[in-house]
Design a protein around this ligand. Sequence first.
Ligand code: NAD
Length: 327
Amino acid sequence: MATRWNFRRAVVTGGAGFVGSHLCERLLSLGTQVVCLDNFLTGLPENVGHLTNDPGFRLARCDVTDYIHVPGEVDLVLHFASPASPVDYLRLPIQTLKVGSTGTLHSLGLAREKKARFVLASTSEVYGDPLEHPQREDYWGNVNPLGPRGVYDEAKRFAEALTTAYRANCGVDTVIARIFNTYGPRMRPDDGRAIPTFIRQALAGEPITVTGDGSQTRSVCFVDDTVQGILALAASGHPGPVNIGNPDETTVLRLAETIRQMVDAQVPIQLVDRPVDDPRKRRPDTTLAETLLGWRSTTSREEGLDKTIAWFRSALASQEELPSFTH
Ligand code: NAD
């Protein structure tokens, strides 16, 4: 970590989700106590089951759009609660808008009350279907507020505006992390995102479904690197926004081919319809993160995919451990 880590007690909203659970784990390993708040809308208590015996860890079922009450000192609030995959936010549009607006308001209120540093998990989706490439933090984006994805993109854009207003008007020490596509163990195989879908299909011997002609690009970052970047940002004192992602850009078709080869699956790649407003390209400009935090993603695509495939393999072998959507 570039800057000294001296947070004693953190609140992680959405801590039982994919990224949140890795964050909780890393915070505990740094000696920071963790209060994990989650309503299990898209996450699972099992994601943090291995942490519950740690005396520094507390899991509380809480919908952050209702209210947040955390007794005791808190010096870091990480607001990660939100449906994040298109499959989830398209079937949970109102919950997504509520957690981006009211949930962010309550999380900022907690940070204000406790005089804590506040980290907003924003997203590359604030850039929409970008007209500038790669995406720098000063790009305002190209978002369709009325399209189906608007519920997520606009919720996060509102959350950024609210965070900025709390910083300017209420003196809260905030930072906005614009996180790009992240992957790794504990993603739900049915969450609809490209990597878990491709791995699940390849392992099941089913055709791998690629949307459009597969020429759209993504830049994917392994979750350990994303978490490292977020914590470096938390420790930095910078207000952001800062892109956290891996600039290693690839086409979705290439990603499918790589996974098929790594799984050694003899399955066809099947082209299916592109979702409405699906971004054609995505690559972070990470200059700011590199100069400001000395952080960049270090896990190669092959290494990250290897770890992720291994996790899916063993989870599939013990089917009951596989997180799946049950609501
Ligand atoms: P996830 O769905 O696995 O985790 C989100 C968690 O938030 C879940 O555990 C869910 O139950 C919880 N949650 C949702 N609404 C809540 C509410 N009202 N109250 C309490 N908890 C609630 O998603 P993820 O991929 O881990 O994403 C986590 C955060 O990071 C999200 O804010 C997302 O927008 C952001 N992000 C993720 C990525 C990515 O590639 N994974 C990229 C950009 C931004």
